[in-house]
Ligand binder design. Structure first.
Ligand code: GLN
Length: 304
């Protein structure tokens, strides 16, 4: 498969489209990003790297971080984690509060904000140094020791994080949050503020595509069965209430963030990360979805 030719074609085709979508502005610090940025990085299971455009520029990974935090919490708790978080798509926006009251403070899945807040609570209860341990895990899995939090972004989100504050209070009232609300929110805003490049992200997703190697990074250990479940959650819930559309068009497990990144995997072939900050009303990158749709169409290879 000539991935180099294919991703270069995709880059040109997507670039020539009329831009659609808007840069996220509800987190003020994200509003400054140059809307023209566009990068793709694909890493094969054999260790080959194919990257194009702004693939080497840091951006805010936002909700893509939920795959890393879930991996840590699943490694720590095993299946007990599902007593506190569900495994069904929500069909509602990533920051919606409605369902949470009907369902008595148990979030539908770990990738909506409510679910990720419970995951953050679990990490705070179980890790000796949650923020250090979290970033060390990302550094190891991405093979880049320079990855860090962007505290300006975290601070900016803290100042406008009214919905996340509402979600966590609702869950605390149902006793699904153990720790102090401020501590959990502080960790959650930090985890979302991590900045990475497309190449870092693609590398860090490669272990989810690689079914023949052990998953063990900074003491985060996952069995093959656990990786299967994380991938299953990505395919059913990774793009919030656009997960069905993403599966329909792309057919791979993936996870998006409002910073405009999407990371996806094709088991036993490759991992891929795309970044374009223009997002649609569901919070997903318009160019990112288009690029991944073209990737599985041109390669004629997806899991669906
Ligand atoms: N930090 C963002 C929030 O909580 C993450 C949302 C996202 O990327 N979809 O709203």
């Amino acid at each position: 498969m000539d991935y180099s030719k294919i991703i270069n074609e995709i880059y040109q085709e997507v670039k020539s489209e009329t831009p659609q979508g808007k840069v996220a502005s509800y987190i003020p610090e994200l509003a400054h990003i140059d809307a023209d940025k566009f990068g793709i990085s694909l890493q094969t299971i054999e260790g080959k790297d194919f990257s194009v455009g702004h693939f080497d520029e840091n951006f805010s990974i936002q909700s893509i971080s939920k795959v890393f935090s879930l991996s840590m919490a699943f490694s720590l708790l095993g299946d007990k984690i599902w007593n506190r978080i569900g495994t069904e798509p929500s069909g509602t926006a990533f920051n919606s509060i409605m369902q949470l009251e009907y369902e008595k403070g148990k979030p539908r899945n770990p990738f909506i904000n409510a679910g990720a807040l419970v995951v953050a609570d679990i990490l705070i209860s179980h890790l000796p140094n949650p923020k250090t341990d979290f970033i060390e895990f990302i550094r190891q899995i991405s093979q880049n020791s320079n990855i860090s939090y962007d505290l300006n972004i975290a601070q900016s989100e803290k100042q406008t994080g009214f919905r996340n504050t509402a979600l966590i209070n609702m869950m605390k009232s149902y006793k699904n949050i153990e720790n102090n609300i401020e501590t959990v929110l502080d960790f959650y805003f930090c985890q979302c503020s991590v900045t990475m490049t497309c190449r870092d992200l693609a590398r860090s997703f490669l272990p989810f595509a690689n079914t023949s190697s052990d998953f063990n990074f900074n003491n985060v250990r996952l069995t093959k069965s656990q990786i299967k479940r994380i991938n299953a959650l990505m395919i059913t819930c990774g793009l919030y209430d656009e997960s069905g559309e993403f599966t329909f068009r792309v057919g791979l497990p993936g996870k998006s963030g409002v910073g405009g990144g999407i990371a996806a995997i094709n088991p036993n072939y490759y991992s891929v990360a795309v970044w374009s900050p223009l997002i649609n009303e569901k919070g997903n990158s318009v160019y990112g979805m288009k690029a991944l749709e073209l990737l599985t169409t041109k390669t004629e290879n997806s899991i669906c």
